[in-house]
Design a protein around this ligand. Structure first.
Ligand SMILES: Nc1ncnc2c1ncn2[C@@H]1O[C@H](COP(=O)(O)OP(=O)(O)OP(=O)(O)O)[C@@H](O)[C@H]1O
Ligand SMILES: [Mg+2]
Length: 633
């Protein structure tokens, strides 16, 4: 075994940059070598390497990076912003353009804007811009080249390009933003994107509203001032396909910029106008309000409170106003909508319990906010919290320069958590009660289905149910009795008249009792009606009837299942519902048979026999259902 410490090999002169990676910029290598020799000044930022590193700022998605451009457009006065995600049919490469009709920049302003830290709103806390980083880091996170065009009069386009590879090859110790170049026209590939339909959305004539339809028309349509960011070499995207990218952008941006859109700002993605989506269901112009068949379009505001939250952890820190709102979704009006509508159109299950809005722009939304004691759970599906703050509260909300999420610090979270605790618990309880009530109503509606069908079958039965010839007095008495019966069978969704009407029409009725000593079912023939009683205390109900009902509900297409991951399965649902209806008819037919046999009974001993039969059967069934639970017994 050789001793490593006693090696006699001559020391190889070590390349100080031996650990640099293959793809490190050559210019940067030269500059660093020079610096290490003590040659020349060392800038605070090593441009050749830093610009490459900034490509990895870590945006959650292509959409969240693109939001940086839209942020700037709205901040700097745009009334209309257009995002293009255009895929080449030939090589599938994707180019991205964001164009606005805002104020544009002067050439000097543009040059500053393209430098890292360069901003016209540095450390401002009232708008979206604050860090002087967004446009550059977001652009680079998607493409190694970021082209900026800006104009403050028609056909005078100033252009600055940041090109990571070009900058990386430079050998200067200090690097400068290139000087803006004035052009009276835009490059053809860019003009094409701005004047021709993108390949998605399809049916471009109907679904795409073009900015301009020709090169000649374009300058007029671009207006007197505006800005374009052009990413011509997108090599880092969250999805490969134009359609997926665009759909994601439409969905997210409609929510992120809901306030801007509802104030009349126009935002397009691939020539399609983006509608506002309000996860709190308050905006009359929100997309949810146009979902077909809604009887209620608004959530209910439970409360809106303004809290004074310290701007930093410092005890003497000043405070800033944060508004916290709690909403309840219209459960009663919406829960019977189809799953598709609830999930896709209304996005009830979209993990959007808590939305954080900074200076009118949503910076985060989620189902779990641990700092506020809120965890993803189905009991939160039907409530929403919206928290509004300004840039003053950035430290407390942990806003990073890419503004794509909050990380609440405890000094800010504490008061909000305290405020929400009780009302949230109360609302959850209220919603849970509504759910239970609703589930009960639903189960009765399958019961009604069996009653309806059994009544319908009366016309084809070989022997009709026994009737009595009634006198007028008896008829009046029957009416009274039916009215009394109706009170006991009334469902929550019925009026007195409706239940009476239902009972008068139906030959078969079902009710439930909860009684430990009652057989699992009971039936009587009374007032010319078969009345079936199901005992919810018997294991038959708990092991057979109720599970079938739950299964039918869980797999029901067109019902509001509470488990958002469970996919609706209409086939299973129909089968299970049919099984339940069939099971009930088994009892109806048995009851009917007994009623027939009892009517033919001369001696009057059949009724007590049937009663005993039910009791014995019930006990036998109970013992059988309970056995086998513990195999050793
Ligand atoms: N669409 C635009 N119209 C006009 N000016 C713009 C536009 N986009 C960027 N600018 C200018 O460029 C500057 C730099 O933008 P950038 O997004 O990099 O940083 P910021 O918006 O100032 O801060 P943040 O990092 O918070 O986004 C802005 O301050 C603004 O002056
Ligand atoms: Mg910005």
């Amino acid at each position: 075994m050789s001793d490593l410490n006693t090696t006699t090999e001559p020391q190889i002169p070590v390349d100080p940059l031996a650990q640099w990676g293959e793809s490190a910029p050559r210019g940067g290598r030269a500059v660093l070598n020079r610096m290490l020799k003590g040659d020349g000044k060392v800038p605070l930022f090593l441009g050749q390497t830093l610009i490459k590193s900034l490509r990895d700022q870590g945006y959650n998605s292509t959409t969240s990076a693109l939001c940086e451009f839209v942020d700037n457009s709205f901040q700097w006065g745009a009334e209309e912003v257009r995002v293009y995600i255009a895929q080449s049919k030939r090589d599938k490469s994707i180019r991205i353009v964001v164009v606005d009709n805002g104020g544009g920049m002067t050439p000097a302003g543009q040059r500053v804007a393209m430098s890292f830290g360069g901003s016209m709103a540095y450390e401002a806390r009232t708008g979206i811009s604050r860090f002087g980083m967004g446009m550059k880091t977001a652009g680079l996170s998607i493409s190694p080249t970021v082209d900026n065009y800006t104009w403050q009069e028609p056909r005078a386009y100033y252009n600055v390009t940041l090109d990571v590879n070009e900058i990386g090859s430079k050998r200067d110790n200090t690097l400068e933003v290139p000087e803006p170049q004035l052009n009276d026209d835009l490059p053809s590939d860019l003009v094409d994107i701005l004047t021709k339909p993108t390949s998605w959305p399809k049916n471009s004539h109907e679904s795409q509203t073009l900015l301009a339809t020709s090169r000649d028309e374009l300058p007029g349509c671009l207006g007197n001032s505006g800005t374009i960011v052009y990413l011509s070499d997108c090599d880092r995207l969250s999805y490969k396909k134009e359609q997926t990218l665009a759909e994601h952008a439409i969905k997210e941006m409609g929510r992120v910029y809901r306030r801007f859109i509802s104030q009349g700002k126009r935002l397009y993605v691939n020539n399609r106008l983006v509608e506002a989506f309000d996860p709190t269901y308050q905006m009359p112009t929100g997309r949810h309000a146009r979902v077909e068949g809604l009887t209620e379009t608004r959530s209910r505001l439970i409360f809106s409170r303004i809290l004074e939250i310290p701007v930093s952890d410092n005890e003497t820190a000043p405070t800033t106003r944060v508004t916290v709102k709690l909403f309840a979704l219209p459960y009663e009006a919406w829960s019977s909508l189809s799953r598709k509508v609830l999930k896709n159109d209304l996005q009830v299950y979209g993990d959007s319990t808590v939305s954080f809005v900074r200076n009118d722009r949503e910076v985060d939304i989620g189902a779990t906010v641990r700092a506020l004691g809120i965890n993803k759970h189905s009991s939160n599906n039907w409530l929403r919290v919206e928290i509004d703050f300004t840039g003053e509260a950035d430290e407390g909300f942990g806003i990073a320069s890419n503004k794509q999420g909050v990380r609440l610090r405890d000094f800010a979270a504490e008061k909000i958590r305290e405020l929400l605790e009780e009302p949230l618990a109360a609302l959850r309880k209220e919603l849970a009660e509504l759910r239970t009530k609703h589930a009960a109503l639903k189960s009765v509606s399958t019961v009604s289905e069996a009653e309806r069908r059994a009544t319908g079958a009366e016309g084809v039965q070989a022997e009709s149910l026994p009737t009595e010839a009634l006198t007028d007095d008896q008829k009046a008495d029957l009416e009274k009795n039916l009215q009394a019966l109706a009170i006991g069978l009334k469902r929550d969704d019925e009026t007195d008249e409706q239940v009476f009407d239902r009972i008068k029409k139906s030959k078969f009725l079902t009710r439930t009792v909860h009684d430990d000593y009652h057989p699992f079912f009971d039936s009587e023939y009374k007032y010319e009606r078969i009345i079936l009683t199901v005992n919810t205390a018997h294991p038959f109900y708990q092991k057979v009837w109720e599970p079938l009902e739950t299964l039918a509900k869980a797999s029901a297409a067109g019902t509001a299942g509470e488990d958002e991951d469970a996919e609706a399965n209409p086939n299973t649902s129909n089968t299970v519902t049919e099984a339940l209806v069939g099971l009930q008819m088994l009892f109806f037919s048995l009851a009917r048979t007994q009623a027939q046999l009892a009517a033919q009974d001369k001696d009057g001993d059949r009724k007590p026999l049937f009663k005993r039969f039910r009791k014995e059967w019930s006990d036998n069934l109970e013992r059988q259902l309970q056995s086998g639970l513990n195999a050793d017994e």
